[in-house]
Design a protein around this ligand. Sequence first.
Ligand SMILES: Cc1cc2nc3c(=O)[nH]c(=O)nc-3n(C[C@H](O)[C@H](O)[C@H](O)COP(=O)(O)OP(=O)(O)OC[C@H]3O[C@@H](n4cnc5c(N)ncnc54)[C@H](O)[C@@H]3O)c2cc1C
Length: 416
Amino acid sequence: MIAVVGAGAAGLVAAIEAARAGARVVLFERMVDGGRKILISGGGRCNVLPTALEPRRFVTASSPHLLRRLLTSWPLEGQRAFFESDLRIPLALEPETGKLFPVSNRAREVRDGLVAAAKGSGVEFRTRSSVVDLAPADPGWRLRFADGSEVDAARVVLATGGESVPQTGSDGTGLAIVRRLGVPTHPTYPALTPLLEEPASHADLAGISLIVTISARIAAAPTPGTGGQLQRQVTGGFLFTHRGFSGPAVLDVSDLAARAGRGLGPRPNLLVRWAPERDGNEWNQALQRQSRRRVATLVREALPDRLADRLLTQAGIDLDTDLAQLPRPARLRLVESLVRYRLPWTGDEGFRKAEVTGGGVALDAVDPATLECRSRPGLHLCGEILDAFGPIGGHNFAWAWATGRLAGRGAAAPGA
Ligand SMILES: Cc1cc2nc3c(=O)[nH]c(=O)nc-3n(C[C@H](O)[C@H](O)[C@H](O)COP(=O)(O)OP(=O)(O)OC[C@H]3O[C@@H](n4cnc5c(N)ncnc54)[C@H](O)[C@@H]3O)c2cc1C
């Protein structure tokens, strides 16, 4: 018997693949049902996949080459066909974001479709079964449960996820188990999580959203005039919240802040260009016109009014000032805050709100063909427990589906 632990995105696919390969599969899940994260994903719509796999945008402390190999092991067309043809869940492209959602816009359809496919393939579900430990048995593995019971399995696929949003069931137990077994891991940290500002000096702007470019620069080694060496640059949605900053662009750099906050990396300067299409030269030219137009009117053309007014006030410019009256130092201060606004983040929302977990099991600790642990034969690992995460946009499910398939097939392979 193959025991799959965790009925999340990766575990469900692993169970389906192992059962379809002919194995007897029992899926153990600690919650009353599985796939809670699928249900809350994409704002309840489930962004099942991106339109392109982009291994370069993934983050890992392990080998990027290995990451690419695992992610692309199931080409996107195959992943899409699995949902559309096999599970009969048609997907639709959201053109403005490049994300694929179920046509129904219901995450439940995805979760229920996966569960039905697993049951239809012969997978036996045992919910409310919380695995607290794994021990090598001869042969195979012995699973210990929270109620004290034990079950033996020839092979185990551990798909227990990471530490993010623990109320969905993934609280890091799986990671603690593999660490006890001596499997090499990288330190974990929240990723794709909103940032905090304390005190919340931008709370009056809460609710304003716009498209921005954020440059994350390493503050430790500043290059004069730039704010430091460029670590990452993203363009996307930005949202002011009552507690700080969110939106896809903020989430996509939040891991750098989260790592810094936990002593795992340098503190990044997050520099915001509020109107991505305009650089400093263009702003300077526009603001130098000898016109009786108001500075505020010009800036409000490119930015939401309240944000525009805030930037002017911060630059010491009266909202009634004409372009012709704008002193050079004030203009330079304004341009700087329009194209390189230093986001005053002080922390992050942590695992409570993180969409994924950074760090986890080192990718070179598993055989890339089967995801079997090199030091622990018969133990396969997949999904978020592994040391990789991608940006917003369906990339993290792509990782879960692809690695779940590898682990399920690997565990069921003849001779495995
Ligand atoms: C709010 C939110 C929105 C998201 N939206 C998207 C999106 O739209 N698109 C996208 O690509 N990604 C999205 N993600 C990320 C995505 O949900 C995860 O990357 C993905 O679910 C990880 O899959 P997994 O199977 O590895 O882990 P999980 O989905 O976390 O599944 C792990 C499962 O294991 C179970 N489990 C844990 N420990 C035990 C144990 N000891 N014993 C038994 N069972 C156990 C858990 O209960 C859970 O069911 C989102 C995440 C969040 C939090």
